[in-house]
Design a binder for this molecule. Structure first.
Ligand code: NAD
Length: 257
C-alpha cells in the first residue's frame, strides 16, 4: 500500500476531488481527516470510507477561518496521533465571478478568503504538525486557469489560483530541507458539480471542450490519482511543481478536428 501508516487531512472532502481522494488515500492505507463546511457531504464521505474498510473522521471546518483551520489540524493529531499529508483542496467558483468591470468586491473577497487564505491557514497550522511528524507532503489544489487566460472570465477565481501557485512555490523552497514537499495540483476542466454548475448549457460546454485535445472533461478520480502520487513517497523528488492534469488543454494551440 502506497500510504501505509500515514495520516492525511483533506479539505473540501465532502464532494468531488476531495471525496475521491479520501476514498483512494484510505484504500492505500492512510487514516483520513475529512474537512468541509458541508456536514452532510463530509459525513457521507466518512461513511463511504468506513464501508470500504478504512478509517476516517469528519471535522466541520471553514478553511477561511483561522480557529477552524487550527482545530482541523488539531483533530488529526488528537485522533490519529500525527499529520503526514495535507491536501488543501477546498475551493469555490462564485456564480457572479466575471471580468474586472462586472465582478463585485464581495465576490472577489469571498473567493480569495476561501481559495487563498484557506490554503495559507491550512499551511500555517499544518506545517508545524507535519514537522512534528518528521516531514510529509502538502498538495494545494490550484487549476489550469492559473496558467492560461480565458475570454469567458472568472477573474477572481483565476487570480486566486495564480496566488495558490506562487504561494506553493515559495513554501516549497522554504521547507525543502525540512522534509516537506509542497506541490500545486492543477486540474483541467472536470466533470464535477463545481464546473458543470458554471458550464450549464450545451453551448458553454462545447466552447470549453473545443480547447481540450482529449475532447472530454476529466473525472475527479483522475485528479485523485495524481494527488495520490504527490502524497506518496513515489514523488520524493517532486516539490514546487505546477502539476498539470488537464487532458492537454494547457499544451494545445489547436486541437484535432
Ligand atoms: P466541489 O464543489 O465538488 O468540492 C469542493 C468542496 O469544498 C465542497 O465539498 C465544498 O463544500 C467545500 N468547501 C467550499 N468552501 C469551503 C470552505 N470555506 N471550507 C471548507 N470546505 C469548503 O469541487 P471540486 O471540483 O471537487 O473542487 C475541488 C478543488 O479543485 C477546488 O479547489 C477547485 O477550485 C479545484 N478545481 C476544480 C476544477 C473542476 O473543473 N471541477 C478544475 C480545476 C480546479
Amino acid at each position: 500500500m502506497r500510504l501505509q501508516d500515514k495520516v492525511a487531512l483533506i479539505t473540501g472532502a465532502g464532494s468531488g476531488i476531495g471525496r475521491e481522494a479520501a476514498l483512494l488515500f484510505s484504500k492505500e492505507g492512510a487514516k483520513v481527516v475529512v474537512a468541509d463546511v458541508n456536514d452532510a457531504g463530509g459525513n457521507e464521505t466518512v461513511e463511504l470510507v468506513k464501508a470500504a474498510g478504512g478509517e476516517a473522521i469528519y471535522v466541520h471546518a471553514d478553511v477561511s477561518k483561522a480557529a477552524e483551520a487550527e482545530a482541523m489540524i488539531a483533530a488529526a493529531e488528537t485522533t490519529f496521533g500525527k499529520l503526514n499529508i495535507l491536501f488543501n483542496n477546498a475551493g469555490i467558483s462564485h456564480a457572479n465571478d466575471d471580468d474586472a468591470i462586472n465582478t463585485e468586491e464581495d465576490v472577489w473577497d469571498l473567493t480569495f478568503a476561501i481559495n487563498v487564505r484557506g490554503v495559507f491557514l491550512g499551511c500555517k497550522y499544518g506545517i508545524p504538525a507535519i514537522l512534528r511528524a518528521g516531514g510529509g507532503s502538502i498538495i494545494n489544489t490550484a487549476s489550469f486557469v492559473a496558467v492560461l487566460g480565458a475570454a469567458t472570465p472568472q477573474l477572481a477565481y483565476t487570480s486566486s489560483k495564480g496566488a495558490v501557485l506562487s504561494m506553493t512555490r515559495e513554501l516549497s523552497s522554504i521547507h525543502a530541507r525540512q522534509g516537506i514537499r509542497v506541490n500545486a495540483l492543477c486540474p483541467g476542466p472536470l466533470h464535477t458539480e463545481l464546473l458543470m454548475k458554471y458550464l450549464n448549457t450545451e453551448e458553454r460546454r462545447q466552447r470549453r471542450l473545443v480547447h481540450i485535445p482529449m475532447g472530454r472533461f476529466g473525472e475527479a478520480k483522475e485528479i485523485a490519482n495524481a494527488a495520490l502520487f504527490l502524497a506518496s513517497d513515489e514523488s520524493s523528488f517532486v516539490t514546487g511543481s505546477t502539476f498539470l492534469v488537464d487532458g492537454g488543454i494547457t499544451s494545445a494551440y489547436t486541437t484535432p478536428l
